[in-house]
Design a protein around this ligand. Sequence first.
Ligand code: SF4
Length: 318
Amino acid sequence: MLDSTRDADSLFGRLALDPALLPGARAAAARFECRVTPEMLGAAGRGAEDPVLRQFLPAAAELEEVPGFVADPVGDLAAARSPGLLQKYAGRALLVTTAACAVHCRYCFRRHFPYVGQTAARDGWQGALAQLAASPDVAEVILSGGDPLMLSDERLAALWDGLAAIPQVVRLRVHTRMPTAVPERVTPALLALLRRPRFASSVVVHVNHAAELAPGPVAALRALRGTGVALLNQSVLLRGVNDDADALCALSERLFAAGALPYYLHLLDPVAGAAHFAVDEAVGRRLLAQMRARLPGYLVPRLVRESPGQTGKTPVAC
Ligand code: SF4
């Protein structure tokens, strides 16, 4: 069992947080379970407003109903071609490999996703693999979730083998927060899997603040990069976490030093329970302009939003 703090009371006791916030945290955690790993707690500073802790701390604000913030903000359910297989964009398909994550990010766009019956693992991958084999247009498969690195190396290898038998699948992408949440998950067996030459592979990690890049996560990212995969980062622009130019510039610089390129900066998907994290698009555009003035172009992520029914992520003009 993964080492994690999984209830609000433990979190408040461990971090000596203001007890006045505890009832709201308990109520929020009853809707979306609290989960945070020792690595992320170690990266957090003091107080409920710490930019790392804020991402994982259940809060009363999650209980507010805000117009426009909905259960499925990116149209996942409409994109399901079979249980656990989503296709929104040409040439790419996404596998919901597991419901589990090492950490529960309070702003997660899948916080209401009905994982029961909706993961591709439920029948040993057979349905999803058959669907992909019958999809000559799909050249890239994205392993998502939940977090695909919550699966064992053995189960991942079995999935890898199944995908390798589908000739048209030439690119494999892994979306994961594990290298920073649980850096020891980057095992020799995982690295060997990523080194297999069958696919052009990429790993897209999820880091929102430079403080998450402590020595353990940095070593994990460098090990991933050492396999030769493209190592990219996607962040979410979050109020109180990274909504200032200093934080975003520091994040880009630390990511690059660890071997990862900043890829996307997402505007928040309007998921119910996360409105308190939203940052105005105009602020996002201003922050990107400030980054551009301070950093080389390759360290400035693309500011994007995801809208249901579009042919890809929508770039936000800056
Ligand atoms: S790790 Fe990713 S999928 Fe899991 S809760 Fe966080 S944002 Fe959601």
